[in-house]
Write a protein that binds this ligand. Structure first.
Ligand code: ATP
Length: 764
């Protein structure tokens, strides 16, 4: 029994040992599986080799189990045997599976190769990374430099533009900004006549006869596309507005075909918002802001006038009952072009906004097929500024005209009849007169026909004086008005070529003012002496036309003069009745030639009048025709007239002040800074009070005689010999029709002036 129990005990121990071995083997298997699952191939292979013994657990276990039942002291032996069995198994495996070993070696080799290539790839990648980061840093640096250069380039461009504008200022060129209206809501905007736009260039698609589309480019100071905001448009002209406060006269006018956006630019749309308000409001806002900034140094007084020219009549828009006809007097001693229009002092933008609203309400607008709110008149908001420099005592005066022209229109397209037709004809006629003036200025003609329309009379100081002038030319994008667009742009190009001479600030220091007053007084005394009865030989014909102020004990000189040429250009062709002539004209920039023989027969046709300068229509007489009572006196009420006395006193000129209380106030008038100058027959503005006569002979023209830039406002510049020459010139007498060789009738006292010999100069 005892040995049996011992046997059982031993057997139990062996069994327990076997269990331990088995659990060890299971752990090894799990480890292997885990490693295999992690695909650590290389290690696994190593492991495989190292654990071959355990790679066949079943076998090992079986072998081990074969020895089950042996006694405990044999356990180690059993284990050794297991190991040797396994080793034997391996040998057997080696013996019987040589291909496996080779493939393992091959795999190891491949793995090694892969490892090598992996590490070389890694190092390559690292190099690349370093390279890339260096490159990125370099690119970053270069980008930085480039962006700096780009912003520098833009700055240079901007500077260039400013310099260009300054050069233009110096030359006195009229600046021209072009603005393209967007398509209106509801309009099909499939195609636009605008092919492209750059900073200063606009290209238009031009339809040709042969069906092929071409293109034409126009260059201006600035081009604004349809997306340009009111603010952008204004910001570009801001410096111009500021110069008003520095004493420069400024004129900004909007030109373009009807419905092209002139009123939008100048005032804004019908419903105004802070964003949509136009140039007028912004300009005044700017003026008030600057006024506030300069408060401590300069005291400014600002006042406004608002008028319209409707059917060749000037009307006050700031008077609700503004039907009273007003006169334009470029020679007004107050410096006002329309002295009889209400002038209202303003102290804030809201004051002005109120006035402008009132003015807009009073303005004539009507509905046409092209624009349901078409301006039927030219409107002009004039801002007068007077500044008193508190430190230097200098007084400066300036004015700014903000002009919204009525649009040129083809009456067949606008489908107007009755009053609208009449308005259209007047509008087109005055624009035609504007074209003639621009053409004359561009060609530097000695005669500029300012007096052919109220519009050109109003703009005379801005176009022919020393003002800074900016024209906004507006175009519509619709292809069906492309011909009008091209014509408008051609006109604008011509305007841009006009050189007016550098603008001058209207500033005067106290000393200069005193000296001028002394000069004026001395001149007046001289005139008084010369005006004594023995010196007057032929003044009896119409004493009043000279505006003699009999009660004026001390005659004083008018500072402001009317350019003598402006009285001229009164030419009537014998082969056309005045009525026919008055209603035949071409409209600059619109390419429209309108013939209107009677109110009921309107014939208009398209003409591409690229050469705006071609005065296809000489309508000089038309103003007179509409104003039959216009005498020389009424035309030039403030002139300091000179009289020609034949015989021994030939050449004597008498200067007689007009009836108006026209004391020389010693300060350059705001809107007529150059009105103390007259245009010589050669086109040059000459200075002086008594030398305004027009030569009866064509003087040999100095090279620069035509140059509008050779001007001076300094009365002392007058050279005695020049004055003497001019003293020999005849003065205009009342208007007389004089037949000439070529069948034209010329009105003497015009450019076809009466000479001492009775001949009349004709001027083309
Ligand atoms: N830049 C613009 N952006 C949006 N709408 C515009 C722009 N310009 C013009 N318009 C719109 O086009 C229409 C015609 O413009 P506007 O009345 O200013 O033309 P106009 O040239 O003054 O015409 P007219 O000579 O007949 O008075 C208006 O409805 C106006 O609001």
């Amino acid at each position: 029994m005892q040995p049996l129990l011992v046997d059982i005990k031993n057997e139990t121990r062996v069994f327990a040992n076997l269990q331990i071995v088995e659990s060890l083997l299971i752990k090894v298997i799990q480890e292997y599986e885990c490693r295999a699952a992690n695909q650590h191939l290389v290690n696994c292979i190593g492991d495989l080799k190292g654990t071959d013994l355990f790679s066949r657990p079943e076998k090992t276990s079986t072998s081990t189990r074969v020895k089950m039942g042996e006694e405990e002291p044999n356990l180690l032996k059993v284990t050794e045997e297991v190991s040797s069995v396994v080793r034997n198994d391996d040998c057997v495996a080696e013996q019987f599976q040589p291909g496996t070993k080779i493939s393992i070696e091959l795999q190891q080799k491949h793995i090694q190769e892969l490892r090598n290539s992996l590490s070389s790839v890694k190092s390559g990648m690292e190099q690349l990374r370093i390279q890339y980061s260096e490159d990125f840093t370099k690119i970053g640096r270069q980008l930085y430099i480039l962006s700096n250069a780009a912003s520098g380039y833009h700055k240079v461009l901007e500077d260039n533009r400013k310099l260009y504008n300054q050069i233009q200022d110096l030359k006195g060129n009229i600046r021209v900004y072009c603005r393209v209206r967007p398509f209106l809501p509801g309009q099909a905007n499939s195609s636009s006549s605008v092919a492209g736009m750059e900073e200063r260039t606009i290209t238009i698609i031009t339809p040709t006869k042969y069906g092929k589309d071409g293109s034409k480019s126009f260059t201006f100071n600035k081009v604004f596309g349809p997306a340009a905001t009111q603010e952008e448009v204004f910001s570009d002209m801001q410096p111009l507005i500021r110069s008003v406060l520095d004493g420069f006269n400024v004129c900004i006018f909007a030109y373009g075909q009807t419905g092209s956006g002139k009123t939008y630019t100048m005032s804004g749309p019908n419903v105004l918002s802070e964003k949509s308000v136009g140039v007028n409001y912004r300009a005044l806002n700017d003026l008030f802001n600057l006024q506030a900034q300069r408060k401590g140094t300069i005291n400014y007084e600002i006042s406004v006038q608002m008028i319209e020219i409707y059917n060749e009549q000037v009307r006050d828009l700031l008077q609700d009952s503004g039907n009273r006809k007003l006169e334009i007097r470029n020679t007004s001693q107050k410096g006002l072009a329309v002295p009889d229009a209400s002038i209202v002092p303003v102290t804030s933008t809201s004051d002005v906004a109120e006035l402008m609203n009132q003015g807009q309400k009073n303005r004539v607008v009507g509905s046409t097929a092209i624009n349901d709110r078409s301006s039927r008149s030219h409107s002009c908001l004039t801002v007068h500024v007077q500044g008193h420099d508190l430190t230097s005592g200098t007084i400066l005066r300036a004015c700014m005209h903000l002009v919204d022209l009525a649009g040129s229109e083809r009456v067949d397209k606008s489908e107007v009849v009755g009053d609208r037709l009449k308005e259209a004809l007047y509008i087109n006629k005055s624009l035609s007169a504007l074209g003639d003036v621009i053409a004359s200025l561009a060609q530097k003609n000695s005669h500029v026909p300012y007096r052919n329309s109220k519009l050109t009379q109003l703009l005379q100081d801005s176009l022919g004086g020393q003002a800074k002038t900016l024209m906004f030319v507006h175009i519509s994008p619709e292809p069906d008005v492309v011909n009008e667009t091209i014509s408008t742009l051609k006109f604008a190009e011509r305007v841009a070529s006009v050189e007016l001479g550098a603008a001058k600030a209207n500033k005067e220091g106290g000393e200069v003012r005193e000296l001028k007053e002394q000069i004026a007084w001395l001149k007046a005394a001289l005139v008084k002496k010369e005006g004594e009865p023995e010196n007057i030989q032929s003044t009896q014909s119409s004493p009043n036309i000279y505006g003699i102020n009999k009660g004026n004990a001390t005659p004083v000189f008018r500072k402001n003069r009317q350019p003598m040429e402006d009285v001229g250009n009164l030419e009537v062709r014998n082969n056309a009745t005045p009525t026919q002539k008055a209603l035949k004209f071409d409209i600059p920039g619109s390419g429209i030639l309108v013939e209107h023989n009677s109110p009921n027969s309107v014939k208009n046709c398209w003409v591409d009048n690229a050469a705006v300068g071609d005065n296809q229509f000489e309508n000089s007489n038309s103003v007179r025709e509409q104003e039959p009572n216009l005498t020389t006196h009424t035309l030039l009420p403030n002139l300091f007239y000179q009289r020609y006395t034949p015989g021994p006193q030939r050449g004597r000129v008498e200067s007689i002040p007009s009836q108006e209380s026209d004391e020389f106030n010693g300060v350059t008038n705001s809107c007529s800074s150059d009105q103390d100058m007259v245009m010589s027959s050669s086109g040059r503005k000459v200075v002086g009070i008594t030398n305004g006569g027009v030569s009866n002979k064509k003087k040999p023209r100095a090279k620069n005689d035509n140059n509008m830039t050779t001007r001076s406002t300094n009365p002392t510049c007058k050279s005695p010999p020049q004055s003497q020459k001019r003293l020999q010139t005849p003065v205009r007498s009342s208007v007389q029709k004089t037949p000439t060789k070529n069948g034209k009738q010329l009105l003497s006292g015009t450019d076809g002036r009466r000479t001492p010999s009775g001949k009349t100069n004709t001027v083309k």
